[in-house]
Design a binder for this molecule. Structure first.
Ligand SMILES: *[C@@H]1O[C@H](CO)[C@@H](O)[C@H](O)[C@H]1NC(C)=O
Ligand SMILES: *[C@@H]1O[C@H](CO)[C@@H](O)[C@H](O)[C@H]1NC(C)=O
Ligand SMILES: *[C@@H]1O[C@H](CO)[C@@H](O)[C@H](O)[C@H]1NC(C)=O
Ligand SMILES: *[C@@H]1O[C@H](CO)[C@@H](O)[C@H](O)[C@H]1NC(C)=O
Ligand SMILES: *[C@@H]1O[C@H](CO)[C@@H](O)[C@H](O)[C@H]1NC(C)=O
Ligand SMILES: *[C@@H]1O[C@H](CO)[C@@H](O)[C@H](O)[C@H]1NC(C)=O
Length: 619
C-alpha cells in the first residue's frame, strides 16, 4: 500500500481517531475562520445527484491551516452524518481505493493560489475535485489559476475561493471555448456560483464542459460508405482523408451529422474514409485519423468493433442480417389436380366394400346376381352415370341408401377439389427458421471472405457447401437464377425485393428468423469534448424514431413501401384470389380433351364392331 488510508466513518458517534497529526476536537464547538467555507462545501455537495462520500486529501503533515480546515470540515460532516475518508494520495493502486474515490467528492485545501497550480491533479478525468483556496495575500487568484486551464479545463475541477472581507465565497471553474477567429480550443476561468452564508446562488457545481457553440468552426468527420447510411459517388477513385462535399454524399448518416453540427453550431468538414464494407474488421486505418486528431468523428455505417480505444456515439440503427430466398409460385397443372384428388381413394374402398356386401346379401336372399354387374352398377352409381341395382328387400334398401349418401359426398368432394384447384393458389414455399432454410436442400450463394462469420457448427457445415459470389448484387442475381439462398442486410433486402417483383408480388422472400442483428454507431475521438453531448443526442434521436425515419428515407420510402406491398400481396393473393382466379374454358380444356378422346375411342369401337358383324354375316 503506497498510501495510507485513514478512514473515519462517522455515524453519529464521536470519532476519536488520532490520525497523523490531526486531532479531532469534536467535543468542543470552536467557531473558526473556516466554518463558513466548509458549510459551503457541504451545501455544494448537496447539488450532486449522488450523496457522495467525501475524500479529503491531506497533503502535508505540518500545515496548521490545512489541519485546521480539515478539522473543521470533519466536524461539519459529522454534524451531517456524511461518510468521509482522509487520504494522502489518489492513485490507482488497488480496486478498493479506486472505487472509493471514483464515487466520491475529493476536497483539497490550499493556503495559496500558487500551491493550487503546482498541485498534481491525478486521475483528473475520473475524480471530481473540489479545490478550496484560502489565500489572504492574493486579490486575484483567478489570474494565477489560468496557468492550469489546459490541464483541468475539460474536467470536473471546481474552485471555491475564500473571501476574507465578507462571507461571500465565489465558485469558479474553467471552461473550454471554441475561439471564433482561430477555431482553436481556448479555456476561460468562469464564475459559476456564489455561496452566501452557505446558501447558493445557482445550481452549478460541476457543469458539463462540452462547448455548445462552435461558432461555425468545423466538425471534422470521416465518412465511410455503407448503403443506406452513406453512399458516395465514385468513391473508388478517392483516397482516405480526401475532402468531400455534402452534395457527393447521400444517406442517413449525413442527415444525422447535420443535426449534430447544428446542435454545436458547427460547420461540417467531411473527409472520405476507405474501408471494406463487406469485411469491416480488416480496416483500422480510420482509427489513426481519430488518434492523431485529424478527425473528431467517423460515420458511415460503422460498428462497435474497435474496443475502447475510441468512444462511441450510442446506437442509432439496428438492422437484421437475414436469409433471403427465391419464392416461386407453383404453376396450375394437371399433376397438381391429381395430387389434390389423391385422397379420393377412400371412396374406392367403400365402393368395393359395397359391391361385396351387396353380392353376398343377394346370394343369402336367393336372388340371382352377377358380381360383374354389381361392380358395373356400383361404379355407375358412384360417378353418377347410372342408377344402382333395384333393391328387393329391406336389407338391400338400407345398404343402397347408405351407398347413395357416399356417392353424394364423392361428388361434393370432387367439386370442391376442382373449385379450389381453379381458384386458390398456394403461397410459395415459406421458411420460418434458419434451420428450415439450411435443411431446404437449396444452394447458398455466399461471399468467400465473410461467409464464416458464424461459428455455429451446423452453419459452418452448410457454408462449406455454399457456392461463391462476389457482391451483394451478384449473390442476389444468382439466388434468383438458381432458386437459391443468400444472406443480406435488411436494407438490401428491401431494395432487391422491390426490384424483383412480378405482377406486384414479391419473388424474393426472407426467413422470419434473423441470422443476427447488427447495430450501427459513430466513432468519436476518445478525449474529444464532444463525447458526452453526442452520447446524449444520438440515443434521444434513436428512441424518438428519428434515425429510423432517416434510415427508411435513405433507402427510399417508395422502395420500402413497394417491398412491403409486394410481400403482403404474395401472401394475400395466395388465398383470397385477387389475381388470376376467374374460371375460364381454357382452364378446363382438359375435360374437353378427354371427351374428344372418348368420342374418338367410341368411333373406333363402332368401326371395329361394324367390321366384325360383317365378317360374321359373310361366314
Ligand atoms: C449572513 O448571516 C448573518 C447572520 O445570520 C447576517 O448577519 C449577515 O448579514 C448575513 N450575510 C449576508 C451577506 O447575507
Ligand atoms: C453560431 O455561430 C455564429 C458565428 O460565430 C454566430 O454568429 C451565431 O450567433 C451562432 N449561433 C448560435 C445559435 O449560437
Ligand atoms: C481501400 O481499401 C481496400 C481494402 O479495404 C484496398 O484494397 C484499396 O486499395 C483501398 N483503396 C485505396 C484508394 O487506398
Ligand atoms: C494522421 O494519421 C494518418 C494515417 O496514419 C496520416 O496519413 C496523417 O498524415 C496523420 N495526420 C497528422 C496531422 O498527423
Ligand atoms: C443482376 O441482375 C440485374 C437485372 O437482371 C442486372 O441489371 C445486373 O447487372 C446484375 N448484376 C450482377 C452483378 O450480375
Ligand atoms: C487528445 O489526445 C491526443 C493524442 O493522445 C492529443 O494530441 C490531443 O491534443 C488530445 N486532445 C484533447 C482535446 O485533449
Amino acid at each position: 500500500m503506497m498510501w495510507k488510508l485513514l478512514i473515519c466513518f462517522i455515524l453519529n458517534v464521536s470519532c476519536s481517531h488520532r490520525a497523523d497529526g490531526i486531532y479531532l476536537k469534536n467535543e468542543v464547538a470552536v467557531i473558526n475562520e473556516f466554518e463558513s467555507i466548509t458549510e459551503c462545501v457541504i451545501t455544494l455537495s448537496g447539488l450532486l445527484n449522488m450523496s457522495p462520500t467525501f475524500t479529503i486529501l491531506k497533503q502535508k503533515d505540518e500545515d496548521n491551516k490545512e489541519n485546521e480546515f480539515i478539522e473543521q470540515l470533519v466536524r461539519s460532516l459529522a454534524k451531517h452524518n456524511t461518510p468521509q475518508a482522509i487520504l494522502e494520495d489518489v492513485t490507482d493502486h488497488d480496486e478498493d481505493s479506486h472505487d472509493l474515490y471514483i464515487n466520491s467528492l475529493t476536497v483539497v485545501f490550499f493556503g495559496s493560489c500558487e500551491e493550487a497550480i503546482q498541485f498534481d491533479y491525478k486521475n483528473v478525468n475520473k475524480i471530481k475535485y473540489l479545490i478550496v483556496i484560502s489565500d489572504p495575500t492574493s486579490n486575484d487568484c483567478g489570474k494565477i489559476l489560468k496557468a492550469i486551464k489546459e490541464t483541468v479545463g475539460e474536467f470536473d475541477v471546481t474552485f471555491i475561493i475564500q473571501d476574507f472581507s465578507s462571507d461571500i465565497n465565489k465558485i469558479y471553474t474553467i471552461f473550454p471555448y471554441k475561439d471564433i477567429n482561430t477555431c482553436e480550443m481556448v479555456h476561460k476561468l468562469t464564475h459559476i456560483n456564489t455561496c452566501i452564508n452557505s446558501t447558493l446562488e445557482t445550481q452549478e457545481v460541476f457543469p458539463m464542459k462540452t462547448p455548445t457553440n462552435y461558432n461555425k468552426c468545423p466538425l471534422r468527420v470521416g465518412m465511410a460508405t455503407l448503403f443506406p447510411f452513406s453512399t458516395i459517388k465514385d468513391h473508388n477513385s478517392l483516397k482516405s482523408y480526401d475532402p468531400l462535399e455534402e452534395s457527393q454524399i447521400k444517406g442517413s448518416d449525413l442527415e444525422m451529422l447535420k443535426v449534430i453540427s447544428k446542435h454545436f453550431n458547427a460547420s461540417l468538414e467531411l473527409h472520405y474514409i476507405n474501408r471494406s464494407e463487406e469485411n469491416p474488421y480488416v480496416d483500422t486505418e480510420l482509427l489513426k485519423f481519430l488518434f492523431n486528431d485529424s478527425l473528431d468523428i467517423c460515420a458511415g455505417g460503422l460498428y462497435r468493433i474497435y474496443g475502447d480505444v475510441v468512444a462511441y456515439s450510442g446506437i442509432y440503427s439496428r438492422q437484421d442480417v437475414l436469409w433471403i430466398y427465391y419464392g416461386q409460385r407453383s404453376e396450375r397443372s394437371w399433376e397438381n389436380l391429381i395430387r389434390k384428388m389423391y385422397s379420393s381413394y377412400i371412396f374406392i374402398i367403400f365402393y368395393f366394400t359395397y359391391s361385396i356386401i351387396w353380392y353376398f346379401i343377394c346370394l343369402f336372399d336367393g336372388n340371382s346376381v352377377s358380381f360383374t354387374n354389381t361392380l358395373l352398377y356400383g361404379w355407375g352409381g358412384l360417378v353418377g352415370a347410372t342408377s344402382i341395382q333395384e333393391p328387393r328387400s329391406a336389407k338391400q334398401k338400407v345398404i343402397n341408401i347408405m351407398y347413395l349418401i357416399l356417392c353424394v359426398f364423392l361428388s361434393v368432394f370432387v367439386s370442391i377439389q376442382l373449385y379450389s384447384y381453379l381458384t386458390i393458389q398456394v403461397p410459395p414455399q415459406l421458411f420460418k427458421t434458419n434451420d428450415e432454410v439450411m435443411e431446404s436442400g437449396r444452394v447458398a450463394f455466399l461471399k468467400p471472405i465473410t461467409k464464416y462469420f458464424n461459428r455455429d457448427e451446423k452453419y459452418l457445415k452448410f457454408a462449406d457447401k455454399s457456392q461463391d459470389c462476389s457482391s451483394f448484387m451478384d449473390c442476389s442475381n444468382k439466388t434468383i437464377q438458381y432458386n437459391g439462398l443468400t444472406i443480406v442486410l435488411q436494407s438490401y433486402f428491401y431494395i432487391i425485393q422491390a426490384m424483383t417483383t412480378v405482377d406486384d408480388e414479391a419473388r424474393i422472400l426472407r426467413a422470419s428468423e434473423n441470422v443476427l442483428t447488427v447495430f450501427n454507431e459513430m466513432l468519436i475521438r476518445k478525449n474529444s469534448s464532444l463525447v458526452v453531448k453526442i452520447q446524449k443526442i444520438i440515443p434521444r434521436l434513436f428512441e424518438g424514431g428519428i434515425t429510423r425515419k432517416q434510415f427508411i428515407e435513405a433507402i427510399g420510402l417508395s422502395v420500402v413501401d413497394k417491398a412491403g406491398i409486394a410481400n403482403a400481396n404474395t401472401i394475400t393473393n395466395s388465398y383470397s384470389c385477387q389475381a388470376g382466379c376467374k374460371i375460364t374454358l381454357k382452364q378446363i380444356a382438359g375435360a374437353f380433351h378427354i371427351w374428344l378422346f372418348g368420342c374418338g375411342l367410341s368411333c373406333f369401337f363402332f368401326v371395329i364392331e361394324v367390321l366384325s358383324k360383317r365378317k360374321i354375316k359373310t361366314i
